[in-house]
Design a protein around this ligand. Structure first.
Ligand code: MN
Length: 156
């Protein structure tokens, strides 16, 4: 990581692999002083455009992105937690049903989308889809106005 990369503003991004009763991946994004969290039942997509289910779960406090270790038997989420990927992200678009983000991790890099699934029958509002945008360049262009050349290159 060079100095210029370090200086770029970035919010916390982490994915913790959680070997609980059911293996899942906890995606956490810093938003307004907390870590917004989604549990993904399947491995997050690193290159392809496959859409993954993401279940919105409770916010976690800042600092939890560093946690690795074992949650003891009998406690909620008992099992091993390990950091699967981490880095920073930049929000490109955010509203209550949609996040478009530029992830700069080690495994996940590029523009990703989280979109809430509307399920009127069930009335559930905690189900989302998480995927890597098919067209990385097009998606990245939205952010070009207030971005420099260096971050454009990263999007490709
Ligand atoms: Mn978990």
């Amino acid at each position: 990581m060079n100095r210029q990369t370090k200086k770029e503003p970035g919010l916390i991004y982490v994915i913790q692999k959680h070997l609980a009763s059911r293996l899942h991946y906890d995606l956490r994004l810093e938003e307004n002083g907390v870590l917004k969290s989604w549990a993904l039942p399947k491995e997050p997509p690193t290159t392809g455009a496959e859409k993954r289910l993401a279940v919105e779960v409770e916010d976690h406090p800042l600092g939890y992105e560093d946690f690795e270790g074992s949650i003891p038997e009998g406690e909620y989420g008992a099992g091993r937690v390990e950091i699967w990927d981490r880095g920073t992200y930049q929000p490109l678009h955010r509203d209550q049903d949609l996040r478009e983000i530029l992830i700069q991790g080690k495994k996940l890099r590029g523009v990703y989308t989280l979109v809430r699934i509307k399920d009127r029958r069930q009335g559930k509002e905690n189900l989302w889809l998480f995927f890597r945008n098919k067209n990385q360049e097009k998606a990245g262009l939205k952010n070009e106005k207030n971005s420099n050349r260096k971050s454009r290159e990263k999007i490709k």
